[in-house]
Design a protein around this ligand. Structure first.
Ligand code: SAH
Length: 238
């Protein structure tokens, strides 16, 4: 079992496990002596032995440092307009499993999610971050994808634009040629799609329109299809 801990890990040291990990250990009914794997996002896995497990306190002793899974040579950024319900949670989980390098949350003209109050935004970010952590625990990644706080599409393009594609069911181009860079971004719209002005703005920032087949995909399906195709052709899938 792999568990994420936000602290430095050293072979030979005994460490206190976090509340989240303790809860998880309890659910799994692990007993002292159990072998577990810890990671903290530094790219390594740490083998450890569970030392003690009480209601609110648990300790493990780190015994070995191992190279973690290599990250994909294709650094894929997903810039995704937020959607309601659990669709976004689902997309974040699957994007992590597919090896996304970074996720940028966006609002746009037709975005249904408003996160005006600071504490609500913080709580949501914490929730999404926990989804990335759980996905990494499950899929074996030792590096968490970066997650940036929501920005409007315009602000994102102004401050963070990089080579990439804007996914649009009406674009002329399908993915034909390999991407020209090893670090690229995919912009994905909300259920209502991008407006004409937004598509223009992205094109002004050199994003290329990209169509994924003849059918309209849901906002949570489109990133998975695009990430899978790109990782398969130019990254580490397959
Ligand atoms: N009602 C919208 C569809 C939105 S689908 C419209 O007709 O435009 C949500 C998002 O998924 C889109 O903004 C786009 O970024 C992406 N998407 C869905 N289907 C796609 C396809 N076939 N090709 C490329 N992108 C697609």
């Amino acid at each position: 079992m792999r568990f994420y801990l936000q602290q430095s890990l050293h072979v030979g040291s005994t460490i206190d496990l976090s509340d989240e990990v303790i809860r998880h250990l309890q659910v799994l009914r692990l007993q002292p002596g159990a072998q577990i794997t810890l990671f903290n996002g530094d790219g390594c896995d740490y083998r450890a032995e569970l030392h003690s497990l009480e209601k609110r306190r648990a300790q493990a002793r780190v015994s070995e440092r191992l190279a973690g899974l290599a990250e994909s040579p294709l650094r894929l950024h997903l810039a995704l307009v937020m959607s309601k319900g659990d669709r976004l949670d689902w997309a974040l989980q699957k994007a992590t499993e597919l090896g996304v390098h970074a996720i940028h949350l966006l609002s746009s003209e037709r975005c249904e999610v408003r996160l005006r109050e600071e504490d609500r935004r913080e709580r949501k970010l914490q929730h999404w971050r926990q989804i990335l952590i759980s996905a990494c625990e499950q899929c074996g990644r030792s590096v968490l994808p970066a997650l940036s706080a929501p920005l409007s599409l315009a602000e994102h393009l102004r401050t963070h634009s990089r080579p990439g594609y804007i996914l649009d069911p009406r674009a002329d181009d399908a993915l034909a040629a390999p991407p020209e860079h090893a670090e690229i971004e995919l912009l994905v719209g909300p259920e209502g799609g991008f407006s004409a002005a937004e598509l223009r703005l992205a094109e002004e920032h050199a994003y290329r329109g990209l169509r994924l087949g003849p059918r309209i995909l849901r906002t949570e399906t489109a990133p998975l299809v695009a990430l899978s195709i790109l990782q398969h052709r130019y990254g580490d899938l397959g």
